[in-house]
Design a protein around this ligand. Structure first.
Ligand code: NAP
Length: 279
C-alpha cells in the first residue's frame, strides 16, 4: 500500500475520518477533501495523533458545488496524475429544502452529484493505476428511496427522509451503471452500506424533531471506526479487487432492495446527472 494514493471525500468527520485513518494506517497516501482548511488541518492532526507517520494531504472543496469540485479535482490531478482509489463518502441530511449557490438542491448535489462528478473528474487518473477502485458510500436507506426524475430536488413536497432515501438509492444506481459503462476492467466500483453509525450527520442541518430522532436512533449505532470497515475493505482488500458493481455491507456482498433493481432507472439517472453536471 505504501505507494498507493487514495482520495476520501467528507474526510474530516465520522466515517470519512475513520476511513482516512484506516487507509493511512496501511501506509497509503490519503488526500482528504474537506470544506475548509481548518477542518482539514484538524482532521490531519487527529489522524497523526494515532498514526504519526501518516502520509496526508488536504484539498478544499464545498462538495455541493460543481465549481469547487472542478478546482479540487484539477489540483489533485496536476499533483497526482495516477490515483489508486476514490472513496465518495461525503454526505448530508437536511430537514429543509435548501438550494446551493448554483441552484441545485443541497442533498442531491452533495450526496449524489458529487459522487458522479468527482468520479468523472478523477477517472482519467484512476484509469492510469494498475488497479483502481471507486467506493460509493450508500445506505440501506435506499430501501425507501425513489428516484424523482421529474423533480430530483423535491421542490414540491420536500422531506429530509425523501431526499436522503433518493440520494442513497442514487449512489447504488450510479455504482451499477458505472460498472456497466466504464471502459476499463482494471477499475472496480463498489456501493457500500456502513450500517447504522453513531455520527453527527443527523444533528447538523436538522430541525428539533429530526435532531431528537437521530439522537435516539444513533444510540444503537456502531462507532465510526466500525462503520468505516466495509469502505476500507472494498477500497483495499486484494481479494475483492475485481469484484465490481456490487452492494456491500459488513464486508460481504448484499442483495439490494427492490427499489434498486430497475436497470432502466440507472440509465435515466445517469442522463439526468450528466445534464445537471455538464450544462
Ligand atoms: N451515520 C450513519 O448511520 C450512516 C448510515 C448510512 C450511510 N451513511 C453515509 O455515510 C457517509 C458519511 O456520513 P457520516 O455519518 O460519517 O456523517 P458526518 O460525520 O456528518 O460526515 C459527513 C462528512 O461530509 C462532509 N460534508 C458534508 N457536506 C459537505 C460539503 N458540501 N462539502 C464538503 N464536505 C461536506 C462533512 O463535513 P463538515 O464537517 O464540514 O460538515 C463530514 O466530513 C454519508 O454519505 C452518509 O450518507 C451514514
Amino acid at each position: 500500500m505504501s505507494k498507493k494514493i487514495y482520495v476520501v471525500t467528507g474526510a474530516n468527520h465520522g466515517i470519512g475520518l475513520e476511513t482516512s485513518r484506516a487507509i493511512a494506517a496501511q501506509g497509503a497516501k490519503v488526500l482528504l477533501i474537506t470544506r475548509t482548511k481548518e477542518k482539514g488541518e484538524t482532521a490531519m492532526a487527529d489522524i497523526r495523533s494515532t498514526h504519526p507517520d501518516a502520509d496526508l494531504e488536504n484539498y478544499i472543496a464545498d462538495l455541493s458545488l460543481l465549481g469547487d469540485m472542478r478546482s479540487a479535482a484539477k489540483a489533485i490531478s496536476e499533483k497526482h496524475p495516477v490515483i489508486d482509489g476514490l472513496i465518495n463518502n461525503v454526505g448530508t441530511w437536511m430537514s429543509d429544502h435548501v438550494l446551493t449557490s448554483e441552484g441545485i438542491e443541497t442533498v442531491f448535489a452533495t450526496n449524489h452529484l458529487s459522487y458522479f462528478m468527482m468520479t468523472h473528474l478523477l477517472y482519467p487518473s484512476l484509469r492510469k493505476a494498475k488497479f483502481a477502485r471507486v467506493v460509493n458510500v450508500a445506505s440501506n436507506a435506499h430501501s425507501y428511496g425513489k428516484i424523482n426524475l421529474e423533480d430530483p430536488g423535491y421542490s414540491k413536497n420536500y422531506h429530509g427522509l425523501k431526499s436522503n432515501g433518493q440520494s442513497k438509492l442514487a449512489n447504488i444506481y450510479f455504482t451499477f451503471e458505472l460498472h456497466k459503462q466504464k471502459p476499463d476492467e482494471h477499475v472496480s466500483v463498489y456501493a457500500v452500506s456502513p450500517g447504522l453509525v453513531k455520527t453527527d450527520i443527523g444533528l447538523k442541518h436538522t430541525n428539533w424533531l429530526h435532531t431528537l430522532a437521530w439522537k435516539f436512533r444513533r444510540r444503537k449505532g456502531q462507532t465510526p471506526a466500525e462503520g468505516a470497515r466495509t469502505s476500507v475493505f472494498c477500497a483495499t482488500a486484494p481479494e475483492v479487487q475485481s469484484v465490481s458493481g456490487k452492494y456491500w455491507e459488513y464486508s460481504e456482498v448484499k442483495e439490494v432492495f427492490k427499489s434498486a433493481q430497475d436497470p432502466e432507472l440507472g440509465k435515466q439517472l445517469w442522463t439526468l446527472s450528466e445534464r445537471d453536471v455538464w450544462d
